[in-house]
Design a binder for this molecule. Structure first.
Ligand SMILES: [Zn+2]
Length: 370
């Protein structure tokens, strides 16, 4: 049902466009042109301006031919680096980069699955409800596009984010939320040889706080890490300032709050003990999501998997994606595999037959909305 040659051609053309985060102008223009060529009216929001990027998110609503709930299909336009001068190499059923950059199948594979599915339903006259296509900017490194999307234009009830890996039919239904943690420990400097007793050692405060802290894997759905610690000037000065960055994640919001509170308390207790000061800031990067088995979107997916002849595999993920943001905005969403492999590396690759199956799965999802 899917036009394999056209899909591969489009994949090669689009991965040939440089599209690093916040530098998606050419990609956005190319996608708008393709949507217009199909007879649709893509619209670009002002997220680019708000995040200091070249392009905004693209929203394109395809009017339905039957009265069923609207659905959203999303993919992101940006890639991680090294991503300049990408050259895809077709090797039998596999497409890889030439080894010097990422392939960019993350997330061009999602984009082409959506575009090819739209062409297919049009050509085959497949009945469907309203479809809202969303191509986001700056997903990598902060989900900035999804966070700044113009949600006033989105009325879809269900979202399918084509941006995951695994066998086709794999969907992530659970993902953690994350707090990013910034701590400044302030002590008091003094000469380390002449009058150390006049100083308050920020390094000792930090060490004491961290050594008594629960870190690493807290439980099956909660993790925490101190990733960065900076401070000190000279060995003969009692250190008066240490800056620390860390994170905590959990698929359970309550546990995340508890873990972040625990980390804050450890710093506060240590500072009180040694007579220093703490500035502790936690920033919620994205909310968690947890789609239960009896959610309406799971009915659509079960029907679609049967229609496409793929096993539906539900998964929990440890990462954050646009899917977290969409769920936080009230659009019940899952992250769907396109077959991408070894993403964020120069070994990134994808099998053509997987991508064809993933595009077919998109058509099946569209057919299964009722
Ligand atoms: Zn991605």
């Amino acid at each position: 049902m899917i036009n394999r040659d056209r899909l591969v051609k489009e994949f090669l053309e689009l991965t040939g466009i440089d599209s690093l985060s916040k530098k998606e102008r050419r990609m956005a223009d190319a996608l708008k042109a393709r949507l217009k060529a199909m007879g649709y009216e893509p619209w670009e929001d002002d997220a680019g301006k708000r995040i200091g990027g070249e392009a905004g998110n693209i929203i394109c609503t395809v009017k339905g031919t039957k009265n069923v709930p609207a659905v959203m299909f999303a993919a992101h336009m940006d890639t991680v680096g090294p991503g300049t001068g990408k050259k895809a190499v077709v090797d039998g059923d596999m497409i890889r980069s030439d080894g010097s950059t990422v392939l960019g199948g993350d997330d061009v594979s999602g984009i082409v699955c959506i575009l090819e599915a739209l062409r297919t339903i049009k050509e085959k006259g497949i009945e469907h409800g309203d479809i809202q296509v969303v191509f986001t900017v700056a997903e990598e490194g902060g989900l900035y596009g999804a966070k700044n999307l113009d949600y006033s234009r989105i009325y879809a009830k269900y979202g399918f984010v084509m941006d995951s890996n695994g066998p086709i039919g794999t969907v992530a239904v659970k993902a953690p939320s994350q707090d990013k943690i910034f701590v400044t420990v302030e002590g008091k400097s003094a000469h380390a040889g002449l009058s150390p007793e006049k100083g308050v050692d920020a390094i000792r405060i930090a060490a004491s706080a961290i050594s008594g802290m629960k870190l690493g894997r807290i439980d099956h759905e909660t993790t925490a890490n101190i990733g960065v610690i900076k401070g000190g000037r000279e060995t003969n000065i009692v250190c008066d300032r240490v800056e620390i960055m860390g994170e905590a994640r959990s698929r359970d919001e309550r546990k995340l709050e508890e873990q972040t509170r625990h980390m804050r308390e450890r710093f506060e207790q240590a500072a009180a003990e040694f007579g220093g000061k703490i500035d502790f800031r936690a920033e919620r990067l994205y909310p968690s999501f947890n789609i239960p088995d009896d959610a309406p979107i799971m009915d659509i997916l079960r029907k679609a998997a049967e229609d496409a002849g793929v096993p539906l595999v539900t998964e929990e993920t440890g990462g954050g994606s646009d899917t977290n943001i969409f769920n936080g905005k009230g659009i019940q969403s899952v992250d769907v595999s396109t077959g991408m492999q070894k993403v964020h590396s120069t070994e990134e690759c994808i099998s053509i037959s997987d991508m064809v199956k993933a595009a077919g799965f998109v058509v099946s999802i569209i057919r299964s909305v009722s």
